[in-house]
Design a protein around this ligand. Sequence first.
Ligand code: DAH
Length: 337
Amino acid sequence: MIADIHHARDAALHEIEQAPTLDAIVALQARLTGKRSELALLKTGLGGLESVDERREAGRVLNEAMDAVVEALARRREALESEALDIRLAAERLDLTETIGRPRRGHAHLVTQAWERLEDVFVGMGFQVAEGPEVETDWHNFEALNMGEGHPARGEFDTLFVDHVPPGGRAGSTVLRTHTSPVQIRTMLAGAPPIYIVAPGRVFRRDTPDATHMPVFHQIEGLVVDRGISMAHLAGTIDAFTKAFFGQDFSSRLRPSYFPFTEPSAEFDIQLPNGQWLELGGCGMVHPAVLRAGGIDPEEWSGFAFGFGIDRMAVMRHGVGDIREMFSNDIRFIEQF
Ligand code: DAH
């Protein structure tokens, strides 16, 4: 009898020790301590024992066994409960010092970035930033820039006309500016030399979009008017700009060209560190007729001007294959820059 009790107790204690979950403990509690448990059944057998001493002894061992089982159940339950609490605390831990995932912040568009960097570089060289209207008069956009009515160079500008007749004006004399050069005229008329300005802005041409053209694009204009300004100042400024914007290992050159508003005129190219030359824009010495249109005496003052495309610069700097990509507003494209 005693041996049976010990055996039943040891088996019960072993099972309790191995119980994996709180649910298992609940089930074991019913099975090991209930009326139909092995120990309970042994208890009913006590009456069959012969002597009072034997019964008393077996009863005592049985009670001890039952106490041991109950206590083991309580201990195992406690251990499992504290384990479960640890797991929950770890899972629900809030670390307020870290963010979940990569924070998403907006940023300036590729063209805006180039625009602002260009301003920074020229402001660093002592230029001021000027601006003019996007809807312009024929006079500012062409006439004052030495392109009178019927001038063949007008044909190259694919002009968009605005259906607006100014008071005292004529039909067809209001345009969407085809370049930023009219800001030269407005700046000269607004103040006296010395003038050192850049004018970034949006310009418009009747172009079908393709990989290298958009009907709406961006240019930056430069104008310097002072005493004794020469072509050497122009070349030096272009080169200083090239190195400041692209890097010390870039250089520049001027190639003879023609624009109605400059004389002499040039195109300027930049040379990449790999030796390749890229055409960037036009420039030249401001034509005396343009200075006069701006109210400046060409006998006293001289100047240089330049103009180039901002979008093209952004495309070149970042190796974008198709200029249309920049304006498709595809977040997967925009996010890369
Ligand atoms: N306005 C010209 C264009 O859009 C670019 C240009 C050329 C601007 C020569 C200038 C310049 O100031 O001197 O094609």
